[in-house]
Design a protein. Structure first.
Length: 105
């Protein structure tokens, strides 16, 4: 199981807003069932096999080109654990447990 953080940036947009392109990427994500995903303020978290994540990222990278954008810059952070299964929620919960525990002396 792997988790990833993805940001796709459409360069050469006619205005400063990226919302139209982000919405198109989220629509493309909704059409697939290979990876779980959650949009956040600065990108999208992905969860699935490494192969599936990479395949979906390739499709998402192409979305702005399909909307007439001349250049696309994609940032992918990929975290794969082979010693145990770990979901997006597991990663957050692990840190939250530490924050809720008594601070070290």
């Amino acid at each position: 199981m792997a988790t990833a953080d993805l940001t796709v940036i459409a360069l050469g947009r006619p205005d400063a807003s990226a919302s139209e392109y982000i919405a198109a990427i989220q629509r493309k994500l909704a059409e697939q069932d290979r990876v779980r995903y959650a949009m956040h303020a600065m990108g999208t978290s992905l969860e699935g096999t490494t192969a599936d994540i990479l395949a979906v990222v390739a499709e998402l990278h192409a979305v702005p080109f399909g909307l007439g954008i001349p250049r696309v810059y994609t940032v992918l952070k990929l975290d794969e654990r082979r010693d145990k299964a770990q979901t997006l929620e597991d990663k957050v919960s692990s840190v939250q447990r530490l924050l809720e525990a008594a601070p070290p002396a």
